[in-house]
Design a protein around this ligand. Structure first.
Ligand code: UTP
Length: 275
């Protein structure tokens, strides 16, 4: 089995739940303390061994491309100022991985976004990470380890309160952690469990063929519909991810992530106590 070395990050969505903040600034670049959310996500997946990252952006999200590209003028200014620490920190961003960018011209769903990256991926299995769901921990390492053990698609899960199941895709697992049932945004009474899909997956390369054939019942092309089709021919496993999770696609989750991150830093945590 070849190593998982590539990730697709669909970050083309409109971010309507975070308007007006996300009107001109992509929600994925809003800061968690002093680093953009997407940089934190990228650093975690690179630490897990990912070498190549394909970012699926939309028109108007050039700031994402700029953030992960080198900035010669800024670097020259920092060098002249003699700020070696900040210079190294800025230079590091574009060197984290081999980045490529593809544009999704129409918002036809997360699966459609993934399909736009097809030409960038050789014949390999790959990681998919949505750019607005943050877990403080090592979720990618956990997903890759699960994939290496099962050699089958892996869906990242976390337990959510029953009162929140209507916001997620909810799955039931069998005793081997294979997904038995999937229900999209169920009412609490219809939920087969409290295990929610949290936007992190390892998928086989053949998922592209399924996505390409599958417009989806909603008119959108969605990864979860393609996985449901894949499951007819091979098992798909759920992996319950450790770590504190925040849905940073909306202001409550983003604010909570900031407070959580602030508390990790003793110096900055003082600001919270003083205000
Ligand atoms: P979401 O539905 O959470 O993101 O999609 P969104 O569409 O940006 O947010 P709202 O609902 O309007 O507030 C999950 C992920 O899939 C990406 C999004 O950028 C997000 O990271 N996505 C979604 C795409 O890249 N393209 C799409 O057509 C849809």
């Amino acid at each position: 089995m070849t190593k998982i070395r590539t990730a697709i990050l669909p970050v083309a969505g409109f971010g309507t739940r975070f308007l007006p903040a996300s009107k001109a600034v992509p929600k994925e670049l809003l800061p968690i303390v002093d680093r953009p959310l997407l940089q934190i996500i990228v650093e975690e997946i690179v630490a897990a061994g990912i070498e190549k990252i394909v970012l699926v952006v939309s028109e108007g999200k050039e700031a994402i491309r700029n953030h992960f590209s080198s900035s010669p003028a800024l670097e020259e200014k920092l060098a002249k100022k003699g700020d070696a620490k900040l210079l190294a920190e800025i230079q590091k961003i574009s060197q984290l991985a081999e980045f490529s960018f593809v544009t999704q011209h129409e918002m036809l769903g997360d699966g459609h976004a993934i399909l736009q990256a097809r030409e960038q991926i050789s014949d390999e299995n790959f990681l998919v990470i949505f750019g607005d769901d943050l877990i403080f921990g090592e979720p990618t390492k956990q997903l890759i380890t699960a994939f290496e053990s099962k050699n089958s698609a892996i869906v990242g899960l976390q337990k959510v309160p029953l009162s929140d199941v209507h916001k997620f895709g909810i799955v039931a697992l069998d005793q081997h952690s294979a997904i038995q049932k999937f229900v999209e945004k169920p009412a609490p009474l219809d939920a087969p469990s409290e295990l929610a899909i949290v936007g992190k997956y390892v998928v086989p390369h053949k998922i592209f063929d399924i996505l390409a054939q599958n417009p989806g019942a909603s008119g959108e092309i969605r990864l979860i519909d393609a996985l449901t089709i894949l499951q007819k021919t091979e098992p798909i496993f759920g992996e319950i991810l450790a770590g504190q999770r925040f849905d940073c696609g909306q202001k409550e989750g983003w604010l909570a992530a900031n407070i959580f991150a602030l508390r990790q830093d003793a110096e900055i945590a003082k600001i919270l106590e003083e205000n």
